[in-house]
Design a protein around this ligand. Sequence first.
Ligand code: AMP
Ligand code: ZN
Length: 473
Amino acid sequence: MKLFNTLTRSMEEFVPLEEGKVRMYVCGPTVYNLIHIGNARPMIIFDTVRRYMEYKGYEVNYVSNFTDVDDKIIKKAQEEGVSAQEISERYIEECKKDMAGMNVRPATTHPRATEEIGGMIEMIQTLIDRGYAYAAEDGTVYFRVKMFREYGKLSHKNLDDLQSGFRALKVSGEEQKEDPLDFVLWKPKKEGEPFWPSPWCDGRPGWHIECSVMSKKYLGEQIDIHAGGEDLIFPHHENEIAQSECCNGKPFARYWMHNAFLNIDNKKMSKSLGNFRTVREISQEYDLQVLRFFMLNAHYRSPLNFSRELMEASGNALDRIVEAAGRLKDRKEAAEKREESPKASGEEQALMETARTFVTKFENAMDDDFNTADALAAVFELVKFANTSVTDASSAEFASGVLDILAKLCDVLGLIILKQDEILDREIEELIEERQAARKAKNFARADEIREELLSRGIILKDTREGVKWKRA
Ligand code: AMP
Ligand code: ZN
């Protein structure tokens, strides 16, 4: 398996630190709004990387944070007259709903910045003790960039160029910095903002430190893959490297992966430009599986322009896969009923070999820096093959063999091609009755279990004064 490493700017063979295991960290969203489809790109891409690694037999420890303390969250909280925590919790929940809609699996761990402040203070203290950081008079702590000789190695910038850039800029209000390049690790509180006590002042962390701390806590000092959108290369990831390597005294992440941007009207889509579309808006027009397909149909390192035409084309293409899967399922079930020829014939066995060549094509594409567009092309070759080779006369074994291959490849891409059998109203009512009986008998564990089961099947229960109400999510 080869991947493009931003650090070395070259394609490299993937070799994990520990055999059979992958430690992976993906920078997550700042939660002050519904996520937009630009934010969805790294979520879908790196979820697919994770799925493919698992398909290859790796055990993947996948960590992705929620930045839940930040200027933008505080501003939104002030606008609404609620606490910053209320804002972040609301948008974490909304983000999780969007992730589920896109079939992005929850990370092994989703740490939140506000729950890791102790670890951040500890890391900052270590950096101060080692001479890599200093506290200014007002309690702001800065990282001493020049102390880290390798600063700039990820973004391929050199210190002299950075230095002259900063001199020309002359940032005001930062006179207390020893050097314009130094960045903030901890800053004093401002009126009305959340804060935590620290040895330097009551305040809150700078943005970069959280990822160094969470990555170390949940994955260890050295990790295999660190990922995010390309806008994070500088300064965020450069600063993470500086913090982690100066604190731990060893290389931080082995491979750095970055997705290119999702554009709209050929302009960068971002919250600050205001030209973004939320995943929620898109979900009102399209199944989010279509959005997932759209993202995977381009290479993750190529810029991608969002357009209605491409979304329509993605919807049609996805339908072709879903229809082929439905037909295979029908033929398999019909053959099982006929029972006359459950086993594959000699000719069918030979055809299975052909079907397997598409798996090889798929794997070769994914092994080549996760070329999901070529992997999808292999899926379509398989679809074409299935449509012509599996007929009403095929054996159940052959039809189900081809279906299994198709389902497995689509699962790696996170595309759902076989709809789960829909739960019927009658079944829902029965489960609700059982839940009411369990509650009466004070068997709350069973009652909760039923609520969870229904939720996992897309049914939301609401206990009201008039009794239990339900709706489909
Ligand atoms: P943010 O909430 O801005 O910190 O972004 C969360 C993640 O989304 C980061 O990995 C960003 O690099 C990524 N991201 C933000 N906007 C886009 C975009 N238009 N295209 C692709 N990735 C993006
Ligand atoms: Zn980060």
